[in-house]
Design a protein around this ligand. Sequence first.
Ligand SMILES: C[S@@+](CC[C@H](N)C(=O)[O-])C[C@H]1O[C@@H](n2cnc3c(N)ncnc32)[C@H](O)[C@@H]1O
Length: 208
Amino acid sequence: MGLWEKYVVPPLVSCACSTKPIMKQRAKVVPRARGKVLELGCGSGTNFDYYSQQDVERLYALEPSGGMIKRAQKKAEALGWRDRIEFMEAGAEAVPLEDNSIDTVIITFVLCTIPDWEGALSEARRVLKPGGEVLFSEHGLAPDEGIAKWQRRIEPVWKPLAGGCHLTRDTGQMLTGAGFALEGMETMYLPKTPKIAGFVCWGAARVA
Ligand SMILES: C[S@@+](CC[C@H](N)C(=O)[O-])C[C@H]1O[C@@H](n2cnc3c(N)ncnc32)[C@H](O)[C@@H]1O
């Protein structure tokens, strides 16, 4: 890992993922998490504010970056929620949990980054209990060709600077391609956000 990834990416990504419009996107899905919850790539724990502490029995916060985990642990302690969160330093492509053990998988602003997203979604399917739910809030490929063209042009420069984040991934297609049925996916451009990074979608999905 280079100095950029170690020292610059964690605060940069935490900051970029905490704008007011992005926080509003989190609030649309995270409070709906129930039971045993797995969060893929929890980063610095920005979602922790939005969980319903009475509805979440246990949160498995998976994140491969040690730097991010340290930040997330501080956040959990500040919220007085440390005892109900189990941190797992791992990638989403190999989740250290048993089959059929999770009620809700939370995926926010992370499918854009996970290198093997197909492996990650296959793991999400494996650990979900029958009837369990994926709740997602992501950014990705814009439906307008004029914007999408710029996303494709900028992505090669953007990706290494932004910790591996892709601009051109299509979350809806990724989820359905991985065997999930979407339940009410909504989309929009975020206000006060450059359109290349501001086309977002959110909703729920279950194993089809
Ligand atoms: C843009 S941040 C988003 C963090 C968090 N999900 C949020 O909503 O704020 C992307 C996160 O994905 C993590 N990540 C990178 N590769 C990953 C992988 N293979 N599996 C899980 N998370 C990964 C990064 O370390 C980073 O914390």
